[in-house]
Ligand binder design. Structure first.
Ligand SMILES: Cc1cc2nc3c(=O)[nH]c(=O)nc-3n(C[C@H](O)[C@H](O)[C@H](O)COP(=O)(O)OP(=O)(O)OC[C@H]3O[C@@H](n4cnc5c(N)ncnc54)[C@H](O)[C@@H]3O)c2cc1C
Length: 408
């Protein structure tokens, strides 16, 4: 490739792509809108597939060092206060999927990629560089920045997130879908977490149209708190500070043990969650989408960042030695589209059937989930955790079962 790859967006997806390409000897320029490269202060869950991607991208050791390895995924009934089920993440899990399940601070995860990029002469990082549009011809593509600066490369990757400008031009499908689910996030020191809830687990308290998630972070120094209320919020707010009373309002009906979490949280910030329907248009000539720009999803499968990293793996594999760039990008899209579409759609289904049901629907969830043995649960996620995403499309058999979390 004679010119560098241009990457719009220096989030987890964009930096993972830059480092994946560098490992294949391909130079890139990351064009980041913000004045500083960084991530919000919150946690993120990583399935084994994220670790497969870390290894492929050459950051496996650094990523393993900053992770907290939890023992279980615990599903609790937020109204009754009792445990519905717990899924062990023990040696049997790691053996089955070849890697662990872990939780990390977003800043730490982003920092692993950022350090790798800064240390690699093939990656150039440019901040305060908002990509507004692009132009291309048979030989090159030019990113046009909001300030009029033009940057020319051989490929443009739109890794510019949920409100991607590259997607706006490439797909043109308007604003993302506002889900009406309001999420409030807080991170607290471990000493402030109620002692009876200091579990080495990613815990989900599922209630009617609401849920609470917590898990330890950063070497057990912090706890990540995420509470979500399906209140049909109409506007796509992002990162707005809110007071305690607003957060409490959606959770007055949950069991006191779970409600403590809201009392303990501080400096809450609010997001109204958005996603999109999957699309089959990811590329146009020398331009392709990656991460949330390609497949924004609700967080209920905890896979958005994992999918972005898998995209980076598949993209770098396809561009390695590619002569025909549009054909290589088209192959990348084919490898990724059905797998990410499945995660997008299943994320919605999990929200509806696991996180937020009420009444008989919740009782059915409890009955189904409490009877499932760990091996049965592992079978359900084998297509996801057992794969690097390099294998391409999922099988026809698994595609017929988008709801298998609740119906199998
Ligand atoms: C509440 C919540 C919980 C989540 N939990 C998990 C989880 O547990 N596990 C998981 O895997 N995923 C999780 N996710 C999803 C995950 O956060 C995202 O999927 C992931 O961060 C997407 O990364 P990205 O790099 O594609 O996009 P982003 O992180 O949005 O990065 C985009 C970057 O592009 C920049 N940018 C934007 N516009 C432009 C422009 N025009 N020009 C240049 N730069 C631009 C932005 O400043 C940003 O740096 C969660 C999401 C939410 C909302």
């Amino acid at each position: 490739m004679t010119r560098p790859v241009l990457i719009a967006g220096g989030g987890i997806g964009g930096l993972a792509a830059a480092i994946g390409l560098a490992r294949r000897g391909i130079a890139s320029i990351v064009l980041e809108k913000a004045a500083h490269l960084g991530e919000i202060g919150a946690g993120i869950q990583l399935g084994p597939n994220a670790f497969h991607a870390f290894d492929y991208l050459g950051v496996g050791d650094a990523a393993r060092d900053m992770a907290v390895y939890i023992d279980n995924l615990r599903l609790m009934d937020a109204i009754g206060g009792e445990e519905i089920t717990r899924i062990p993440l023990d040696a049997a899990f790691r053996t089955r999927f070849g890697n662990p399940y872990a939780v990390v601070h977003r800043g730490d995860l982003h920092g692993v990629f950022l350090k790798a990029c800064m240390d690699d002469p093939l990656v150039e990082l440019r901040t305060s560089s908002a990509v507004a549009s692009y132009e291309q011809d048979d030989g090159a593509v030019t990113a046009i920045l909001a300030d009029g600066v033009r940057v020319t490369g051989s490929v443009l990757i739109g890794a510019d997130g949920l409100r991607s400008k590259v997607r706006g031009q490439l797909v043109g499908d308007g604003a993302p879908r506002v889900s009406g689910h309001t999420t409030y996030r807080s991170v607290i020191p471990v000493e402030e977490m109620p002692e009876d809830l200091r579990w080495n687990a990613a815990t989900l308290w599922a209630g009617p149209k609401c849920h609470i998630v917590h898990y330890p972070l950063s070497g057990w120094k912090l706890f990540n708190l995420v509470v979500t209320y399906h209140n049909d919020a109409p506007d796509p707010v992002a990162g707005q500070p809110v007071g305690h009373d607003e957060v409490r309002r959606g959770f007055e009906h949950v069991a006191p043990i779970a409600r403590q979490i809201i009392d303990k949280g501080r400096d809450w910030k609010l997001w109204v969650l958005c996603d999109r329907d999957p699309v089959m248009t990811w590329t146009e000539g020398r331009v392709a989408l990656l991460g949330d720009a390609a497949h924004p999803m609700l967080q209920y499968f905890a896979q958005g960042a994992c999918m972005a990293m898998e995209d980076a793996v598949a993209l770098s594999a396809e561009l390695d030695g590619a002569q025909d760039i549009p054909a290589a990008l088209a192959r990348y899209a084919v490898r990724r589209q059905l797998r990410t579409a499945r995660v997008q759609l299943q994320s919605r289904a999990i929200g509806e059937h696991i996180y937020h049901p009420e009444g008989a629907h919740a009782a059915l969830r409890n009955a189904v989930m409490s009877q499932r043995r760990p091996e049965e649960w592992y079978d359900q996620v084998d297509w996801l955790y057992g794969s690097t995403g390099l294998e391409g499309a999922v099988s026809a058999e698994t595609l017929t079962r988008p709801m298998d979390f609740v119906t199998a």
